[in-house]
Design a protein around this ligand. Structure first.
Ligand SMILES: [Zn+2]
Length: 310
């Protein structure tokens, strides 16, 4: 060995007993792989048959993951294209099978196109069907959960509006799980939704608060404040509600229309309040004093009114 300037491993690698399938590369033997019969496999895993002690090579295509074994050793170059058993057909083969199975062709023809016997084809097609149904049922479970949580997220949306939110989900359930969806969706008409009931209750409560505030404003302990929608809104703690949603609360709206004051109405009320205060305190009822005390500038406009009320 030293004379030949060779390493030990190198020597044994040259040995056909150690390398029963020859040197790389080996061909892919998947009929539908682009690399069919093209040497693309760089590695072989060699094991030994327990029964016959013969070497068995396992080859895997790096492109399509087709895996086959061959009982060795190879006797000639042509043996490289021989396979004993297919261990795995790989993703390319499975995809091709699905594609071809959609064509209107018989099992025998399919078997010829796929390079596998009819029984194998049949077995894979059956498995595929089962896988699909398992996948479908898992899918449906997730979809049901999603559909329910969508309703929690949008409690006042009806089924049409939910469909707009999650169109694909709706369509899947409509196709695969229609009965369940029918049972587990907001009712379209007839029964008022919880959100609707809440709103009705809320509107009633708002009217109550509004009327309380207006009553207080009209019967003040201290100097009167003009009744305006803005003031009432401020005092009930929700100015925006009265400014923007009044049309949705007709009772509250008409109540406010009756009770809000024009500037003149307010001035009248202020004058009357002042007169009442003067009387209560036993002060002198002098029109110009009443006018000033009421915060009004237009003396002559209000003189008759004051004289009528003192
Ligand atoms: Zn391949």
């Amino acid at each position: 060995m030293a004379a030949l300037d060779m390493e030990v491993t190198e020597l044994f690698e040259k040995n056909d007993v150690i390398k029963p399938f020859g040197n790389p590369k080996w061909p892919c033997l998947n009929f539908v792989c682009t690399y069919y019969r093209v040497p693309v496999i760089e590695k072989v895993v060699v094991t030994q048959s327990e029964k016959t002690k013969e070497p068995i090579g396992t080859f895997t295509c790096p492109v399509c993951e087709f895996r086959y074994t061959r009982r060795g050793p190879d006797k000639n170059e042509a043996d490289k294209f021989r396979k004993t058993r297919v261990k795995a057909y790989g993703h390319v083969w499975m995809e091709k099978l699905q594609e071809y199975s959609k064509l209107e062709i018989g099992l025998r023809e399919l078997s010829r196109k796929m390079g596998a016997d009819p029984n194998t084809i049949k077995r894979y097609l059956d498995n595929e069907k089962e896988d699909n149904s398992v996948r479908a049922s898992t899918h449906s479970k997730a979809d049901r959960k999603k559909w329910l949580s969508l309703q929690t997220q949008y409690p006042n949306k009806n089924i049409k509006e939910l469909k707009q939110e999650e169109r694909a989900l709706y369509m899947r359930l409509y196709r695969n799980d229609r009965e369940w969806m029918k049972e587990n969706s907001p009712k379209a008409k007839g029964v008022a939704s919880p959100a609707r009931i809440d709103w009705v209750k809320r509107v009633e409560e708002i009217l109550k608060r509004v009327s309380n505030v207006v009553e207080e404003l009209l019967n003040p302990e201290e100097k009167p404040i003009r009744v305006t929608i803005g003031k009432v809104g401020y005092l009930i703690g929700d100015k925006a509600l009265l400014e923007k949603k009044l049309d949705k609360m007709p009772k509250t709206k008409s109540y406010l229309q009756e009770n809000v004051e024009t500037v003149e109405q307010f001035q009248e009320r202020r004058i009357l309040y002042t007169i009442k205060e003067y009387k209560r305190k036993g002060g002198e009822l002098v029109p110009w004093k009443i006018i000033r005390k009421s915060g009004i500038k237009d003396y002559y406009k209000w003189l008759d009114f004051i004289n009528m009320n003192i």
